[in-house]
Design a protein. Structure first.
Length: 191
């Protein structure tokens, strides 16, 4: 199986590129942000719990995220692999994911990290906010907080995979097709 972590700060293009990767390599897409937004729109207890964190751009507690991803992976069968988008976002989540996947004997093949300067991220998120309807995309202070949370809590996840020799950094600026080409180049070097 080809199990990828598509990594990067908010606004790096993970959602856009995930859609292209899953189509080309026939993979399942697991975006924890999308899963939480689905819970929110369905008004589930999990959605209500997540909302206060999401609205302010803070992370939902690890045990909630890990439980949700574990359920999703266990209910999935017969796929060629999985693209994880927006997960893991803490080292505790990365460790839990390793345990889940090792139990299933399908470890992470690699992490592709999209690198985009902060100013570009802020511009992209404000632009997305005009059409996404996401409250966390429409407020400069919330966007700043999400970027700070990324540096403080999420960036150490890159070192976690680097230590396993699984990290590939890709320039996340340019046309969607150019960036996709770089990602495919990194994927094809895996294994
Ligand atoms: P995203 O769509 O990936 O930008 O995620 C939107 C929001 O959902 C984040 O700002 C967090 O509040 C929450 N979220 C998504 N994925 C995670 C995760 N792996 N860990 C904690 N919170 C998450």
């Amino acid at each position: 199986m080809l199990n990828l972590v598509l990594f990067g700060p908010p606004g790096a293009g993970k959602g856009t590129q995930s859609a292209k990767i899953i189509e080309k390599y026939n993979l399942l897409h697991i975006s924890t942000g999308d899963l939480f937004r689905k819970h929110l729109s369905e008004g589930t207890a999990l959605g209500q719990l997540a909302q206060k964190y999401m609205d302010n751009g803070n992370l939902v507690p690890d045990e909630v995220v890990i439980g949700m991803v574990g359920d999703k992976i266990k209910s999935t069968q017969g796929v060629a692999g999985i693209v994880f988008d927006g997960f893991p976002r803490t080292v505790a989540q990365a460790e839990a994911l390793d345990v889940l996947l090792n139990d299933m004997k399908t470890p992470i093949s690699g992490m592709v990290s999209l690198e985009v300067p902060d100013e570009e991220l802020k511009t992209r998120l404000m632009e997305r906010g005009k059409t996404s309807g996401r409250v966390d995309d429409q407020d400069a202070a919330k966007i700043d907080n999400r970027i700070q949370v990324y540096y403080k809590e999420t960036l150490p996840v890159a070192s976690f995979y680097e230590k396993q020799d699984k990290l590939a950094a890709v320039k996340g600026v340019g046309s969607i097709e150019e960036i996709f080409g770089s990602i495919c180049g990194a994927i094809e070097k895996l294994n």
